[in-house]
Design a protein. Structure first.
Length: 258
C-alpha cells in the first residue's frame, strides 16, 4: 500500500462554530507546521479569503502541500488560489446543499463551471481535489475525464455524514459502495462529520486509501475538543498501528501527481 496521506482541516467547525481555529495567515501557518510535524502531508485551508497571504505564510513555515478549500464559492472569488499558485484547489462535483448551525449553503455548480475550473487548473498548474458527495459526483468526474480535461491520478475526497441535501450515510457500507464506482487511476480520501469517523477512517486505512481530519470535519477526541494537529497525530497512530507508513509531503506529491 502507498503511505497514508493525512489532510489537516484546521478551519471553522460548521456544527460547533464556537470551536476556536486559526484565522490570520500567521496563525494558519503555525498550525500547518504543527500538523506537518504530527504527520499531515496536506493543509486544507479556507484562508478567510486571504489566499495569497496565507499560501505564502504556510510555505514560509514548512513544506506541507497547500490545498485551498471553500468550494462553495464561485470562481471569481477564488482566483487568488490560481494567481498565487496553490498546490491544490477543492472542487465540488455537484451542487452545494449543506445545512449547518445558522448557516445554509445552496449553490449551483453546473458542469460548465467544472470545465472552467479544469482549464484554470491546467493553465496555472494547480491540482484539483474533487469532492465526491454521492454517486452523481462520480458521473461528473467521468464526464471531465471523458472530455480529457483532467489528468490522472484523480485525487478525490469522499464525504460522509455532512448535513443537508448532499448528506450520505456515514457507514463503511456507503464508503465501499461509492469507491467501487470511481474510475481507474483515482486516489481516494475520506471526510466524515460525526462520531462514525473512527470506523470509516480505520476502513480506509485498511483498504489503502487516505484520510482527512480536523476541526472542520470533527473536532473531538476522547469526548473533548482538541486542535487539528492532535487529530492528525491520532490518525497517524491509526495508520501506523495498521502497518501503514505516514506519507511525507514529498511522498504525497508523488502519489497525487503534483
Amino acid at each position: 500500500m502507498d503511505p497514508l496521506i493525512i489532510t489537516a482541516t484546521a478551519n471553522i467547525c460548521w456544527l460547533k462554530p464556537d470551536v476556536p481555529y486559526p484565522r490570520t495567515p500567521e496563525e494558519i501557518a503555525v498550525e500547518a507546521r504543527l500538523c506537518r510535524d504530527a504527520g499531515a502531508a496536506i493543509c486544507h485551508t479556507h484562508a478567510d479569503g486571504r489566499w495569497g497571504e496565507t499560501i505564502e505564510a504556510i510555505r514560509s513555515e514548512c513544506d506541507i502541500i497547500v490545498q485551498c478549500g471553500m468550494s462553495s464559492l464561485q470562481i471569481a472569488e477564488r482566483m487568488g488560489v490560481y494567481l498565487h499558485q496553490s498546490d491544490m484547489v477543492s472542487i465540488i462535483l455537484n451542487h452545494h446543499d449543506e445545512a449547518f448551525v445558522g448557516r445554509d449553503f445552496h449553490v449551483l455548480h453546473p458542469r460548465e463551471e467544472l470545465e472552467q475550473y479544469m482549464h484554470l487548473c491546467l493553465e496555472h498548474g494547480v491540482k484539483p481535489e474533487f469532492e465526491v458527495w454521492n454517486a452523481g459526483s462520480i458521473w461528473n468526474l467521468k464526464y471531465l475525464v471523458g472530455r480529457q480535461l483532467v489528468r490522472p491520478p484523480y485525487f478525490t475526497t469522499l464525504f460522509f455524514g455532512w448535513p443537508g441535501g448532499t448528506w450520505s450515510p456515514p457507514t463503511v457500507e456507503e464508503y465501499l459502495y461509492r469507491r467501487g464506482f470511481l474510475p481507474e487511476g483515482t486516489v481516494v480520501n475520506v471526510s466524515i462529520m460525526g462520531p462514525e469517523q473512527g470506523e470509516i477512517v480505520s476502513a480506509a486505512v485498511a483498504k489503502g486509501d487516505h484520510v482527512r481530519v480536523g476541526t472542520e470535519d470533527y473536532p473531538f477526541k476522547n469526548g473533548g475538543v482538541v486542535p487539528t494537529h492532535e487529530l492528525v497525530a491520532a490518525a497517524a497512530e491509526v495508520g501506523r498501528s495498521a502497518g501503514r507508513a505516514v506519507a511525507t509531503p514529498a511522498e504525497a506529491r508523488e502519489i497525487i501527481g503534483i
